[in-house]
Design a protein around this ligand. Structure first.
Ligand SMILES: Nc1ncnc2c1ncn2[C@@H]1O[C@H](COP(=O)(O)OP(=O)(O)OP(=O)(O)O)[C@@H](O)[C@H]1O
Length: 719
């Protein structure tokens, strides 16, 4: 079949692509009718394709269902090689391919590349039968965009942290200089506002903005540990002002890359063989560099295109030095009023961060996470998770299937492919709802760099270093919280928050309850067109938390942050996007489940009642049973409880008055004792003796009172 297809095919390829002379690329094609696609490996010689006599396609084993209109019937496994003669190849400049509709095509030729690279091709199947004369649109499926078009990443040379032989003392000095400067800046800002006064809100914002920019630059200078912590802090709107959070979020794109020599030597050390033996091809220039590692493209000997994520050399040692200092910093912040002092749990935050950091530098852990995440979504066709190549993976090297896509916020590219943006936005949120409500295993960092869109509008996930898990216990509590919010019941909301350890119960919770009630009233009284964004709701929540004994667990803040990031992405993709609309069926499902549970409980109650009634009729009721029933009735109506309560409070007040008398006896006894001593010193022995006797009587009375209190306590324990 493949041969037939080839012999009858006419191919037009993108000239830019042809002239690159790359040894290998992959093209895919999709039928414009069925939208099923087949993948082709495009093999050419090392010289430019324009100089080659023919272009060979190695057809991959993916099955396709050729539409019957095209002569196909049912499933078809295509395997083998397809050669297309050069005279059948028409070269078209990339720009033309992108904008032009081929005369026989009912679709614009597909373009690809998350980095503005335009590669496209189409095959026009020539067939004498008019019914079969259809266009099959080719699209480069796993094409490696030319490196020249990729952004050149800044190098890490010149940064002190890039040198692996860290001098522990020098590093400590660098870190503490930063902390002292930060403290100085914050103190100066506070002093200016307090003493000079007259600062408008806008001026304060500008000043905060300056400090935030300074902080981002300093963090970049301090290197991986601080960059990662900065990125993590950009999720904590509950801890830092908005300007800081926004600046720190920019760290995502600004991390310098390390040299290919370092990358190659680390791969060799980790995988036990030189790169040129391990891979058929390995690109020295990384396609991305992040705080903890960088990503290189490569091709395995079997032709599989992969990405190799290589960890920054010497990270563990750097973490050890930095975390030692960070612990001291957290302890210092905990004591310092400037940094929120005892109202913030800095030590707890330090511990969370250190756990995350160590988890993130274990790529085996990341690979396992990717596998689990892929399993969770195996039945959801529109979510794609790269495969892990375990034979090429170690603690510091992770090799994954190369699954390129368009960045989820790359609007121009999405539009040029005719993608349905609103569907993409809904899918992004829905995938997240599945993680939170169903699988309980969620991607804790779904920023736009970690989400891309595949050729069939599927969502591709990258980076599984930071995953969150919602244990079934927590999930149940979260559901309770959801139901309580739905029922607008502030008391239940508070109880769920206490169970989730998000709220610390203190003596007087009335102010917290008022804040929660206010929040609920505002949240639920809105009409659909007044609905706040999730980000705004999150901010309200965090604002409430500022003055209350709340400490949101990191899981909660990650979930909130993830939802508001995705909601932001949703709004960029589709201005009419509504989170509530996507979430509604899930919320309804949860409410239905609750309803069913309630119905189940009611049924149980009914059965119990009927059993009781049956017993009433069949068993004769002697006097004793009647008494017991009367007793139970009183218990149920609360009479008995009321009386017990009265007795309890009576006993408590009785004890308090005995204690009060005891105190009075001691005061009198002490005074008489003092008087006796003074009189005795003055030689007035007879009156002094009288005072001593009086003192003895009062002390005896005091001892008796204490004994009575003790007896009452004993009695209370007995009943
Ligand atoms: N399997 C893949 N196929 C194609 N591109 C990939 C793949 N994995 C990663 N990338 C690209 O590399 C970039 C960085 O990858 P990744 O997020 O996994 O690195 P990271 O070091 O964990 O970064 P960070 O922790 O800062 O998010 C991604 O945004 C994506 O563009």
């Amino acid at each position: 079949m493949a041969a037939v297809l080839a012999s009858q095919s006419y191919c037009c390829c993108n000239m830019d692509l042809m002239n690159q002379g790359r040894a290998m690329g992959t093209l895919g094609f999709s039928s414009s009718i069925s939208d099923e696609f087949t993948r082709f490996d495009w093999q050419a010689s090392n010289r430019p394709i324009s100089a080659a006599k023919s272009i060979k396609f190695h057809v991959e084993m993916r099955q396709t269902e050729l539409p019957s209109k095209l002569g196909g019937n049912g499933r078809l496994g295509i395997n083998g090689k397809v050669s297309i003669k050069k005279r059948d190849v028409k070269m078209v400049p990339a720009s033309e391919v992108m904008n032009r509709k081929s005369p026989n095509s009912n679709k614009v030729n597909m373009v690809h590349g998350s980095r503005q690279v335009v590669n496209g091709a189409s095959i026009v199947k020539r067939d004498p039968t008019p019914a079969l004369s259809k266009t099959l649109n080719f699209r480069d499926y796993k094409e490696l965009p030319p490196l020249e078009d990729l952004k050149v990443l800044p190098s890490d040379e010149g940064f002190s942290w890039a040198n692996e032989n860290y001098n522990s003392w020098q590093r400590t000095v660098d870190v503490w200089s930063f902390v002292i400067s930060l403290r100085g800046r914050v103190l100066l800002d506070n002093a200016k506002w307090a003493y000079l006064g007259g600062f408008t809100e806008e001026k304060q914002r500008n000043r905060r903005q300056q400090t935030a920019s300074w902080l981002r630059e300093s963090v970049l200078q301090l290197g991986p540990t601080f960059i990662k912590l900065g990125q993590l802090s950009s999720t904590r709107s509950d801890l830092f002002p908005r300007e800081f959070v926004n600046e720190l979020a920019k760290l995502q794109d600004r991390v310098p890359a390390f040299s290919p020599e370092k990358a190659r030597s680390l791969i060799e050390k980790e995988l036990g063989a030189p790169v040129k033996i391990l891979f058929k091809e390995f690109e020295d220039r990384p396609i991305a560099a992040a705080s903890l590692g960088q990503v290189h493209r490569a091709i395995l000997h079997n032709g599989e295109k992969v990405v190799v994520k290589v960890q920054r050399p010497g990270l563990k040692k750097l973490f050890e030095i930095d975390l030692r200092n960070l612990k001291l910093i957290a302890e210092y912040f905990q004591r310092s009023e400037t940094f929120g002092g005892p109202t913030r749990d800095w030590i707890g935050i330090y511990e969370e961060c250190s756990t995350i950091l160590y988890q993130e530098i274990d790529y085996i852990n990341e690979g396992r996470n990717a596998d689990k995440f892929r399993r969770d979504f195996r039945n959801v066709k529109w979510v794609r998770v790269p495969l892990v190549f375990w034979d090429y993976t170690a603690i510091k090297v992770l090799t994954l299937e190369y699954v390129p896509g368009i960045k989820i916020n790359g609007l121009d590219m999405l539009d040029s492919r005719g993608f349905n943006r609103s569907r993409i936005a809904s899918r992004a949120i829905e995938a997240y709802l599945i993680q939170i409500l169903k699988t309980g295993f969620f991607h804790a960092d779904p920023h736009p760099g970690n989400l891309a869109i595949d050729t069939d509008e599927a969502i591709i996930y990258y980076d599984f270093g930071m995953m969150g898990e919602i244990k079934s216990f927590t999930r149940e509590r979260l559901l309770e919280l959801f139901y309580a919010v739905y029922e607008k019941d502030a008391k239940k909301v508070m109880q769920s928050l206490i169970d989730l350890e998000a709220l610390q119960p203190t003596g007087d919770m009335s102010s917290v309850r008022r804040s929660v009630q206010y929040f609920l009233d505002n949240l639920l009284s809105q009409t659909p067109d007044q609905q706040q964004t999730l980000a705004a709701i999150g901010e309200d929540l965090f604002a409430i938390a500022q003055d209350q004994p709340f400490r949101f667990p990191s899981t909660f803040t990650f979930v909130m942050r993830a939802f508001s990031t995705l909601e932001g992405i949703g709004k960029i993709l589709d201005p009419d996007f509504s989170f509530a609309k996507v979430a509604a069926p899930y919320a309804q499902e949860l409410l239905d489940t609750k309803q069913q549970q309630r119905a189940g409980t009611q049924l149980l109650g009914e059965i119990r009642k009927q059993a009781d009634d049956a017993r009433t009729y069949t068993i004769s009721m002697p006097y004793r049973v009647q008494r017991i029933e009367e007793f139970v009735r009183q218990l149920e109506s609360g009479d008995l409880k009321l009386r017990v309560r009265v007795l309890e409070s009576e006993r408590a007040s009785h004890k308090a008055s005995i204690r009060q008398m005891g105190t009075i006896y001691t005061v009198f006894g002490g005074t008489l004792l003092n008087l006796g001593v003074t009189l005795s010193n003055q030689g007035n022995q007879i009156i002094a003796n009288g005072s001593f006797i009086g003192a003895a009587v009062f002390f005896t009375l005091f001892l008796r009172s204490m004994q009575r209190v003790k007896n009452l306590d004993k009695f209370e324990k007995m009943i």
